[in-house]
Design a protein around this ligand. Structure first.
Ligand SMILES: *Cc1c(COP(=O)(O)O)cnc(C)c1O
Length: 466
């Protein structure tokens, strides 16, 4: 007999997956199982574990990319083993990072007379950490030079209360006072009437957001630049701007090339973005650039060996795969600026369509209609007879697989519960039509349903807000 009964190895290959030793008992979950499993069985087990997880394409909560072209995926899976930090082993990859920084500097209108500098990171959070540290070190150097007692007060950072959590982390890690400029009904982005009241000699910098994670609104960076210009004209204690363009950094340059928010503005010294948001790469990759090397304190630059020489590095993380970097470069050369425009324009059009349909339903107040970032936010109109909330609607949509979170707005506006849709490139017009149909059906079902009573004043959170 070719495959004898006792030929264990062959035998295990022949056995059907659901009839194998690995599948006939519950494996330990929180410690290692003693014996090995065959790759085929292990694959199936892990795959099954993930079976009822959300479908990323139907997740309208996230800014993170959920589609890349098969060629990009191939390239990325062929470069998983490359360590992005190992610049002497992978000099071509290092060169790819340099090219990407240069492409982004160009996209953000870096001044030819200055020496831009930048690095890839794992995401915007790491990039913001670097931007914040550079601001802190630069501030300290300026302040010491002017004879300020830098220990008399904590240094502070000025930002709107619509900040993303990474800034809170930055301020906590580095012992910085976070001065938040409140948002209110009339100021749903950084309040230009009051922002400068928060600035003093201990301000390491002001962060402008393009755009606010919760609503997609842009801070008026051009106006902020003007205010900073006026402020700096009257003091030796200069202050500068960092722009958190996690989501706008790869969107605005194509959709609103004339909007000034980037290095065209004199006081914008650094900008971060997430390559895995509208840079169209799978997570995690981010970028930070400074308009000029003089804004990057020398202390933050470390040397790693590179082709027998040395190369500066600034990133906080050391080892990580170069796959995302290579995926970013693929997108740049594959799409070009025309391709990025086409994709972002299409995304914009889908957002406009969904916003229009939602307005037509007449039960929602649209807070953000996707005119800038393709984010649609809405709240329910006031109706004392309505027995359901946006949380119920979110649950209902989830039955069709759509993840559309409902949550309260950030501090100072937190009485308002909204629902947010982030339109990404892979939400095509056909899927958008399906979504609108499912939304209408969900509302109809809720109107006809007996819904469990909710405490009126209760504010709940649901889903996540990245
Ligand atoms: C998403 C986001 C971040 C964090 O970005 P990651 O790439 O997820 O680390 C920071 N700031 C803003 C405004 C964001 O929208």
């Amino acid at each position: 007999m070719l495959y004898g009964k006792h030929d264990q190895e062959e035998n295990s290959l022949l056995r059907p997956t659901f009839g194998s030793n690995g599948e006939d008992h519950d494996l330990p979950k929180y410690r290692l199982n003693k014996e090995s499993l065959s790759p085929r069985i292990a694959y199936q087990l892990v795959k099954d574990q993930l079976l009822d997880e959300g479908n990323s394409r139907l997740n309208l909560a996230t800014f993170c990319q959920t589609f890349m072209e098969p060629e990009a995926v191939k390239l990325m899976s062929e470069s998983l083993e490359k360590n992005a930090i190992d610049k002497s082993e992978y000099p071509r990859t290092a060169e790819i990072e340099n090219r990407c920084v240069s492409i982004i500097a160009n996209l953000w209108n870096a001044d030819k007379k200055e020496k831009y500098m930048g690095t890839s990171t794992v995401g915007s959070s790491e990039a913001c950490m670097l931007g914040g540290m550079a601001m802190k070190f630069s501030w300290r150097k300026r302040a010491e030079k002017l004879g300020l007692d830098i220990n008399a007060h904590k240094p502070n950072l000025v930002i709107s209360s619509g900040y993303q959590v990474c800034w809170e982390k930055f301020c906590t890690y580095w012992d910085i006072e976070m001065r938040t400029v409140p948002l209110d009904q009339n100021h749903q982005s950084l309040n230009m009437d009051t922002v400068m009241d928060y600035v003093d000699k201990y301000t390491i910098g002001i962060v402008g957001i393009l755009g606010i994670t919760y609503t997609g609104r842009y801070d008026d960076i051009q106006k902020l630049d003007q205010l900073v210009e006026d402020y700096n004209a009257h003091t030796e204690y200069k202050v500068y701007i960092h722009v958190d363009a996690a989501s706008g950094g790869f969107y605005t340059p194509f959709m609103e090339p004339n909007l000034k928010w980037d290095f065209r503005l004199k006081n914008v010294v650094s900008i971060n973005t997430s390559g895995h948001k509208y840079g169209l790469v799978y997570p995690g990759i981010g970028w930070i650039l400074w308009r000029d090397a003089k804004f990057v304190p020398k202390k933050l630059i470390f040397k790693v060996s590179y082709l027998g020489g040395e190369m500066p590095t600034m990133a906080i993380n050391f080892s990580h795969s170069a796959a995302q970097l290579i995926g970013q470069y693929y997108n740049f050369i594959r799409f070009g600026s025309d391709g990025y425009y086409d994709i972002q324009k299409h995304t914009h059009d889908v957002a406009a369509y969904i916003a229009k349909e939602i307005k037509k339903m007449d039960i929602f107040d649209v807070i953000n209609d996707g005119a800038q970032l393709p984010i649609i936010c809405y709240k329910l109109t006031k109706d004392d007879n309505r027995e359901w909330t946006l949380y119920d609607l979110a649950d209902r949509l989830l039955m069709k697989g759509w993840q559309v979170p409902a949550y309260p707005l950030p501090k100072d506006l937190d009485k308002v519960v909204i629902q947010r849709i982030v339109v990404r490139s892979d939400l095509g017009m056909n899927m958008a039509h399906n979504y609108v149909q499912d939304l209408k059906q969900a509302v109809k079902d809720l109107n006809n349903a007996h819904v469990l009573f909710h405490e009126k004043a209760e504010i709940k959170t649901y889903g996540f807000t990245h």
